[in-house]
Design a protein around this ligand. Structure first.
Ligand code: AMP
Length: 338
């Protein structure tokens, strides 16, 4: 199933203990699109400024990404983000965020982008995520990512956007911040109870993970899958009935984690999109988690999009296989003492 994605298309300035880049291609939609392009056709929606280069668009085109809904705004400036990582790469400070052309942007999706059966609302203003969601009311699977900035300044709109999707993919700490719950599983379970109340939202067929067969279309609204991204510790999956977690692929040389979360989302959502005839079961979600994890591990090997740009399908398959080896164990019981 083709995928439409809206989210930041950016220039990033990044400093890590291993080097820095003053102006590299970035943005949540870009990292997502490159990763998801290994599984399905991806259509990117969003604005760029006059300063955005053809070479950057070519990075996406080379992976077969459809960039015809990337709108160049005359006289505008491309979204810009500056971040710096701590010595162990676990902490990151945002030093600057300039929305540029995203301020006041009104998305007009082409017929083609509106036809996609899978929609990813990558990190960007919640209002923009909602506007795009409304233009794809019949998408079969809709996922959303966001971040602390939007929880801080646009929480109500973000909650509304989350209520309109099937799957929420968010950093562990942001899930806790969003719900005010210190425990990850309770935070996820709270969001699994959120429902959209508007009539327009009830026209969409949501995912059914969690086994709510028999529920009416309206009562199924709201997320049924929550993915908590945990950085170098991996990612956890929570549905109404189940829990699953995978560690990150163990890497000795992490150079730049920027975009790892979006790359994970690209692998996760891409894998689901590539299996249109399968129910959204825990089995499918677990395989999607493994593919997201594998993709993200490549992203951190080099700065920005550098590594994923020359990634191959064989490399992804091999890493998923290794991941399955690393996480395999037998539950053979020991003789336990009373
Ligand atoms: P990640 O490392 O997966 O959290 O994503 C990093 C990417 O998100 C960078 O390429 C940035 O351009 C982009 N980004 C940073 N802040 C924001 C924001 N507030 N809204 C949308 N995208 C952002």
């Amino acid at each position: 199933m083709p995928i439409t994605v809206v989210g930041s298309i950016a220039y990033d300035a990044v400093k890590t203990p291993f080097g820095e880049r003053e102006r590299m291609l970035g943005g949540a939609a870009v990292h997502f699109a490159l990763a998801a392009s290994f599984f399905e056709e991806v259509r990117v929606v969003g604005p760029v400024g006059e300063d955005f280069g053809e070479a950057e668009l070519d990075v996406m085109r080379r992976r077969g990404v459809d960039v015809s809904d990337v709108e160049r705004i005359e006289g505008g400036k491309t979204f810009f983000w500056r971040g710096e990582y701590g010595w162990d790469l676990n902490s990151r400070e945002t030093l600057d965020t300039q929305l540029g052309v995203f301020e006041g942007f009104q998305p007009k999706l082409s017929e083609r982008s509106r036809e996609s059966e899978v929609l990813f609302l990558a990190n960007i203003l919640p209002d923009l995520q909602l506007e795009v969601r409304e233009q794809l009311p019949d998408a079969r699977f809709v996922a959303l990512d966001s971040m602390n900035l939007w929880i801080d300044i646009a929480r109500d709109r973000l909650v509304k956007a989350i209520e309109s999707v099937d799957c929420l993919i968010l950093n562990d700490a942001e899930l806790r911040q969003l719900t005010g719950k210190p425990n990850l599983v309770s935070a996820a379970r709270e969001i699994l109870g959120w429902k959209s109340s508007t009539a327009a939202d009830s026209t969409t067929d949501g995912g059914t993970a969690g086994g709510d067969e028999g529920a009416s279309a309206t009562s199924r609204r709201g997320p049924s899958v929550i993915v908590a991204k945990q950085g170098e510790y991996g990612a956890a999956l929570v549905t109404r009935e189940s829990f699953f977690a995978l560690p990150a692929y163990p890497m000795e040389n992490v150079i730049d984690p920027t975009g790892a979360g979006d790359t994970f989302a690209g692998g996760f959502v891409g894998y689901i999109a590539a299996h249109p005839h399968e129910e959204l079961t825990d089995e499918l979600l677990r395989r999607a988690m493994a593919h997201g994890t594998a993709l993200a591990s490549f992203n951190v090997e080099e700065f920005g999009t550098e590594r994923v740009e020359r990634l191959t399908g064989e490399e992804i398959t091999a890493r998923v296989r290794e991941l399955s080896e690393i996480t395999r164990f037998s539950s053979a019981p020991a003789k336990l003492r009373a």
